[in-house]
Design a protein around this ligand. Structure first.
Ligand code: NAD
Length: 251
């Protein structure tokens, strides 16, 4: 198993693309996916700049069959997959306050669950067994502060999906620790990415004042935490949830 092989979902996004750049810089071959087609330009740019191999494929990760096919292709293309980072996610926003329980539509709830929780689960199902067989693997699931505490105006579905991701990661960490496979979460607070820009500016200013660091994270600060957890150095950390939030939630 080549330890420098990574599969990243949401790779065209703020955090995913920052992570792809970091891993490319340290010589990882990458299989990048997103439904945003800019993922292809990123793969080409990284291949040219860092002399690694980066493959890209567009897919909607809420489509189970497409996702399973994609995982198989990533393993085949890279000759095994030592690192899985589930970074894709969606965060439907309310009007600023807590979202009324009665207003949540099941279709929307299901969509958020499929993208934020079921897709990472399916990828773990497809990718962890070959890690366990090789005796080495690193999985990082990008959760959220919303999986740790109440964060208005994040949706009820978003809170539940991210808390579910933390529970899933702990269960998998317990099962696969004896196979050299670690499974951890990174739980970002507010990050300066396109996802955050969907919130109204006045609410963003208020949110910033509540953070001890008085600023949002850069995508690269989150990517740096993930980079550590997927490195061989993080060999004895499993089942953890690393809070990366400027001090706004401490556990
Ligand atoms: N930005 C924040 O403040 C923040 C805070 C906490 C957690 N997070 C989490 O970090 C992760 C990365 O988010 P980001 O901030 O980089 O946001 P982003 O919107 O920049 O990136 C998310 C990426 O996921 C992709 N994606 C969404 N749905 C998809 C689907 N069905 N199929 C394929 N790709 C899909 C998008 O195209 C996008 O490129 C997410 O899981 C998010 O929940 C973000």
């Amino acid at each position: 198993m080549n330890k420098n092989t990574a599969f990243i979902t949401g790779a065209a996004g703020g955090i995913g693309s920052a992570l792809a750049k970091r891993l490319a810089r340290t010589g990882h071959n990458l299989f990048l996916t997103d439904y945003n087609e800019s993922v292809h330009e990123l793969a080409t740019a990284l291949t040219n700049e860092y002399k690694i191999q980066a493959w890209s494929e567009c897919a909607d990760i809420s489509d189970e069959e497409a996702l399973r096919t994609l995982a198989a292709r990533a393993i085949e293309t890279m000759g095994g997959c030592a690192i899985l980072v589930n970074c894709a996610g969606v965060s439907p926003k309310g009007n600023g306050g807590p979202i009324p329980l009665e207003s949540v539509k099941i279709a929307e709830w299901d969509k958020v669950m499929r993208i934020n929780l079921t897709a990472p689960f399916i990828l773990c199902q497809e990718i962890i067994p070959q890690m366990a067989q090789a005796g080495y693997g690193r999985v990082v699931n990008v959760a959220s502060r919303s999986g740790r505490m109440h964060v208005p105006p994040a949706g009820l579905d978003y809170h539940a999906s991210k808390a579910g991701m933390i529970g899933l990661s702990r269960a998998l960490a317990g099962i696969y620790a004896c196979n050299g496979v670690t499974v951890n979460c990174v739980a970002p607070g507010r990050v300066d990415t396109p996802m955050t820009k969907t919130t109204k500016p006045e609410l963003l200013a208020q949110a910033q004042q509540l953070i001890p660091a008085r600023r949002f994270a850069s995508p690269d600060e989150i990517a740096a935490s993930i980079e550590f957890l997927v490195s061989p150095d993080a060999s004895y950390i499993s089942g953890s949830c690393m809070d990366v939030n400027g001090g706004v939630y401490m556990n």
